[in-house]
Design a protein around this ligand. Structure first.
Ligand SMILES: [Zn+2]
Length: 378
């Protein structure tokens, strides 16, 4: 039977720099590894259930797998699938796991006294917030760029950027001295790094965004000082971020622990054109969706991001200040509004120019604008 092994396909995708396929293949290999019964041991009903789950999973990814489904003759040859994939043998993994655990314990024990020595000998390197604060002020001059991305694909449209371009921009941002700060670091004005803070927002819940998140994760794993943080700003969480293809997407994103969510209003209207009631309705509907997918984490969603960077009318802003969404986990309030899009980086949250009801972002609509941002003195 002619077929390309998944690992081989992964290798090819990596070689081509095709990040989307790379992530999809990684997911599938992981899924199969976690779900395949041991090779040659399909004995009981549970194994058949697992095979069915695999079949369904592969079928739901048809656009990537058409040739493979044919090659494996999946519909008729369930045992063949097991034999061909040949990815995994439980016993081997078990013993390798024990070995790895032992190795890690020994390594950790060896590092412990060194870490203690460093702490004892170099206390001045750790702490001293005042000094850090001075360094920070010098470093970013009280300005914090909040930049907004939309779709990640190759459509060439104004609000989209190829994933590969996004990936190439990360080392450039790092070279410019930036690191990805979380929005709470910004609001509390307590940055965890002495690098220049940069806040990323992904708007509108495009399906490419989870891939961009994995690119950030990969990059920051290799470059710890770059950090990782992003705000996902959503309209209709029940139809966002590719949830149709991957219903577990929100659980996966929540588990990461470094992703924040914002309310971007359900119908994505120009909020200035709506009545106060209309604005609050749209906010409520997005909260209802967020509550369904984020569960109790909906309590952390305290940012409203305005579609098109257009603030609501002043009376609607007043109503938002008094608005509460009553989730079944408790009340949620909006504490911050991301309003206008502007070219200038926003002031730090302790500055007198800062207003929590109109925080300005810069929209990075496409590669050209990102290049300009990178070229400008920030
Ligand atoms: Zn939007």
């Amino acid at each position: 039977m002619e077929y390309k092994n998944l690992e081989e396909m992964l290798h090819i995708a990596k070689g081509k720099g095709d990040r989307k396929s790379e992530f999809k293949l990684k997911d599938r290999i992981l899924f199969l590894k976690n779900n395949l019964p041991p090779k040659g041991h399909v004995k009981d009903e549970n194994d058949f259930e697992k095979l069915d789950a695999i079949k369904k999973y592969l079928e739901s990814n048809k656009y990537l797998l058409r040739s493979e489904i044919k090659d494996y003759q999946l519909m008729n040859a369930r045992y063949d699938l097991l034999a061909s994939l040949n990815l995994y043998i439980y016993n081997e993994k078990y013993f390798a796991g024990i070995k790895e655990l032992k190795r890690r314990i020994i390594k950790a024990l060896a590092v412990l006294p060194i870490a203690a020595m460093i702490l004892l000998l170099a206390p001045e390197k750790i702490g001293f917030p005042e000094q850090r604060k001075a360094e920070l002020n010098e470093c970013y001059n009280g300005k914090v760029p909040l930049i907004t991305f939309h779709a990640f694909n190759n459509s060439g449209k104004r609000y989209s950027m190829p994933l590969e371009e996004f990936e190439k921009s990360l080392p450039k941002l790092r070279d410019r001295g930036y690191y990805l700060a979380s929005v709470s670091e910004y609001f509390e004005n307590r940055f965890k790094s002495s690098r220049k803070p940069l806040i990323l927002t992904f708007d509108d819940g495009y399906s490419g965004q989870p891939y961009a998140i994995r690119i950030i994760e990969d990059f920051s794993e290799k470059n710890n000082d770059f950090g990782k943080a992003v705000i996902l700003s959503l309209n209709d969480p029940l139809h966002s971020l590719g949830i149709e293809k991957n219903p577990k997407i929100y659980d996966e994103l929540r588990k990461k622990g470094w992703i924040s969510f914002a309310n971007h209003t359900r119908r994505h209207k120009n909020l200035r054109s709506l009545t106060t009631k209309g604005v609050l309705n749209d906010i409520t509907q997005t909260y209802q969706g967020l509550e369904t997918v984020l569960k109790e984490d909906v309590l952390k969603v305290n940012i409203l991001t305005c579609p098109y960077g257009i603030l609501p009318k002043p009376e609607a802003i007043e109503a938002i200040k008094n608005y509460t969404y009553q989730s079944k986990y408790g009340p949620v309030k909006i504490d911050y509004i991301f309003g206008e899009f502007g070219p200038e980086p926003e002031s730090s949250s302790n500055s007198k120019n800062f207003s929590r009801w109109d925080i300005k972002r810069t929209s990075i609509d496409n590669k050209k604008i990102l290049d300009r941002f990178l070229a400008e003195k920030n």
